[in-house]
Design a protein. Structure first.
Ligand code: PLP
Length: 397
């Protein structure tokens, strides 16, 4: 290792910052994987059981998605060449958006390079300095960043607390900068780091009463919930009460890209004003084709079987480790340590047994709320769950 004395002042400063992160248990490192993203991954030449993936249905490495991607490369090439408004919009994106809108039961859909870009572009297009944005305390970083960037007045309500949300709505109604000011509420449906669900029915009723708009991020629900696997909003029958339905193609759908589903007017406005859509090269056509194949697959009998398999693993985990299981059951299992270093040590211990589970720390969760975030997928076997529970039982949270 190079000592700070040999470094130029720039690198020496950055090295000091990295050291400070390490001392707080917050230093992050990339771990190289020499195999496809799947339930079994190869690290340092050894097979590990992967309990950290959001590929909840095991689609990332599914033949139907791979074949669709390969066909798209052959037909449309490796790259998109420019932003969709500049050089023309390749057919695979249109097919994907038509498939998505039909899947979600909305008039239209628009896809972005990532869910992160979808949140940033949508929030900045829809609200600005004259408007008021009200967020659940635990929404994803992309919504927090979009909120900061759009310049709207920001209010945060306690996680899933409708009384606190109503307080914020009352405040917002009284304190609108202008008569035309809008109030937008943003929540996730199933929360990424805790696996719990927002009370969407009550939320929709409340926002109707105050004339606010609602945006729901279904990143961890699309493909997984309900008889149609459309997500939690559809399962609860409240999709029509949600102006902006957001999600990603990169998790249960196994591909890549972010989406917004809603009215034709919403999508047309985003095409005109979402800067992360306008000023960014379109994703590779293969990603769109894989996304389309994933949505078809999720809607098929195979999709239903994968969904059943996932929830069977969740039930097996709950039965074997009720003390570690969230209620209601979820494929996201947070095992909270609090202390960052202890969470890291627990992850190291599991990795020693070839179980890959990431320690989630600030700023992904609050300081002092570090955890192992265990995720189950349809690609895990009952025996994998047995191994996981045995290893977790030896840890002391
Ligand atoms: C992962 C995630 C996103 C971002 O989606 P990407 O496609 O990965 O950029 C947005 N919201 C939530 C809740 C997420 O978990």
């Amino acid at each position: 290792m190079v000592s700070c004395g040999d470094m130029n002042p720039f690198d020496a400063e950055l090295q000091r910052r990295l050291e400070a992160l390490r001392e707080q248990g917050l230093r992050r490192e990339l771990r190289r994987v020499d195999s496809p993203a799947a339930a079994r991954i190869t690290i340092d030449g050894r097979t590990h059981l992967n309990f950290s993936s959001n590929d909840y249905l095991g689609l990332a490495n599914h033949p139907a998605l791979k074949e669709a991607a390969i066909r798209a490369v052959e037909q449309f090439g490796a790259g998109a060449g420019a932003s969709r408004l500049i050089s023309g919009s390749l057919a695979p994106f249109h097919e994907l958006e038509e498939t998505l809108a039909a899947f979600k039961g909305t008039e239209a859909a628009l896809t972005f390079s990532t869910g992160y870009a979808a949140a940033l572009g949508t929030l900045t297009a829809l609200v600005g300095k004259e408007d008021i944005l009200i967020l659940d305390k635990l929404v994803h970083a992309c919504i927090v960043d979009g909120a900061r960037l759009c310049g709207a007045t920001l209010r945060i309500y306690r996680h899933n607390d409708l009384n606190d949300l109503e307080e914020k709505l009352k405040w917002a109604t009284k304190n609108r900068p202008q008569a035309t000011s809008r109030i937008l509420i943003v929540t996730e449906s199933v929360f990424s780091m805790d696996g719990d669900a927002a009370p969407l029915r009550d939320l929709v009723a409340l926002k109707e009463r105050y004339g606010a708009w609602l945006m729901v991020d279904e990143a961890h629900a699309t493909g997984l919930y309900g008889p149609r696997r459309r997500g939690l909003a559809d399962t609860l029958g409240v999709s029509r009460g949600i102006e902006i339905q957001m999600g990603t193609l990169g998790k249960a759908l196994g591909a890549s890209g972010g989406y917004i589903c809603g009215s034709r007017a919403l999508v047309d406005l985003l095409i005109n004003q979402a800067r992360s859509f306008i000023f960014s090269t379109a994703p590779v056509p293969a990603a769109a084709a894989a996304g389309t194949a994933a949505i078809h697959l999720v809607q098929s009998d195979t999709g239903r079987e994968l969904q059943e398999r996932l929830w069977a693993r969740v039930a097996e985990f709950s039965a074997a480790a009720p003390h570690l299981s969230p209620a209601p059951p979820s494929m996201i299992l947070p095992i909270v340590f609090g202390d960052e270093t202890r969470a890291l040590q627990a992850a190291d211990t599991l990795r020693g047994q070839h179980l890959y589970v990431t320690a989630i720390r600030y700023p992904s969760v609050a300081r002092g709320a570090a955890r192992l975030r265990v995720t189950l997928t349809a690609a895990h076997t009952p025996d994998d769950v047995v191994k996981l529970v045995a290893a977790l039982n030896l840890l002391t949270p």
